[in-house]
Ligand binder design. Structure first.
Ligand code: AMP
Length: 289
């Protein structure tokens, strides 16, 4: 096994130069954007990139523009050394971009990216400035890397839909791959924010996945009324004493428009606070479940 120690770069310009040289040699570049505190979910994206690309770049950047005042920007876990050790142990990562906010948003920076449509509901309603910040940083990462493919997780389903819409609407020359959700043994979707949960909250958190499973079972047994499905999900989640539901949505997988009846495929999305930690999860329901 060859061990690759990634080159850690903080300056976007240097990364651009390195990658431009490799692309001139015909190398296919894969980009994995992250905010760090890496877990097996992130590593699954890295593995996909290694499989499909010649060069893999992981970015680790807690992006201030996607956090609203009062959200967890300051307390978000920053553990760069541990992240680099994890990436070394996986191997095959060529570059890590680990910039400071001023490397991405230097003095005088003043640009905005707004994607409409799929950004309006769900996360967009609860975090109105979030997707503008995501689209801005992701577009910058696409441009500075010139990547051929970028890898995102289904865990952030609406985010992946926003990125895909940005690529379509702005004619970006990059392919997007959306990778399956990686879960803990008890079903909780892996997330850097799971670290915030107290032991008792952690024990309650798998209720999100159980509610998604319940919905899938109801649909498989012939239920198509989304109101009834959501009511049962709400009851189940409500049985976890620290839970507070932001939304439960059963939506069209492309447009994210809310469905009254499940017929030709759907995505079920949840945002639930467990104590003060806000968790999201989702599941895709095929039309032939
Ligand atoms: P984050 O560091 O939370 O911004 O996530 C970086 C990327 O990893 C995003 O594309 C996420 O959707 C993806 N990701 C996060 N958690 C998981 C997971 N449990 N399974 C698969 N992908 C994930």
């Amino acid at each position: 096994m060859t061990v690759t120690i990634p080159e850690v770069i903080s300056e976007p310009r240097i990364l651009s130069e390195r990658l431009a040289a490799l692309r001139r040699q015909g190398k296919k570049v894969g980009l994995v954007p992250t905010m760090g505190a890496l877990h097996d979910g992130h590593l699954s994206l890295v593995r996909q990139s290694k499989e499909l690309c010649d060069v893999t770049v992981v970015s680790i950047f807690v992006n201030p523009t996607q956090f609203a005042p009062g959200e967890d920007y300051e307390k978000y876990p920053r553990v760069l050394d541990a992240d680099l050790a994890r990436l070394e142990s996986v191997g095959g990562v060529d570059f890590v971009l680990a910039p400071k906010p001023a490397d991405i948003y230097p003095e005088g920076f003043d640009a905005h990216v707004h994607i409409g449509g799929v950004t309006r509901r769900l996360e967009g309603e609860f975090r109105p400035t979030h997707f503008d910040g995501v689209a801005l940083v992701v577009l910058k990462l696409f441009n500075m890397s010139g990547a051929d493919l970028a890898f995102f997780g289904q865990k952030d389903y609406q985010q992946a839909a926003v990125i895909q819409k940005m690529v379509r609407d702005l004619n970006l020359q990059i392919g997007i791959r959306v990778c399956p959700i990686v879960r803990e043994a008890d079903g909780l979707a892996m997330s850097s924010r799971n670290k915030y949960l107290s032991p008792s909250e952690r024990a309650e958190a798998p209720v999100l996945k159980r509610a998604l499973d319940l919905a899938r079972r109801m649909i498989a047994e012939g239920e198509s009324d989304t109101g009834r499905i959501k009511e049962k999900m709400r009851e189940l989640i409500g049985s976890a004493p620290s839970s507070a539901i932001d939304y439960i949505s059963i939506a069209d997988p492309e447009t994210l428009d809310e469905l009254e009846r499940v017929g030709g495929g759907a995505v079920i999305l949840l945002a639930v606070k467990i104590g003060s930690t806000r968790l999201i999860d989702n599941t895709l329901v095929p039309s032939d479940i």
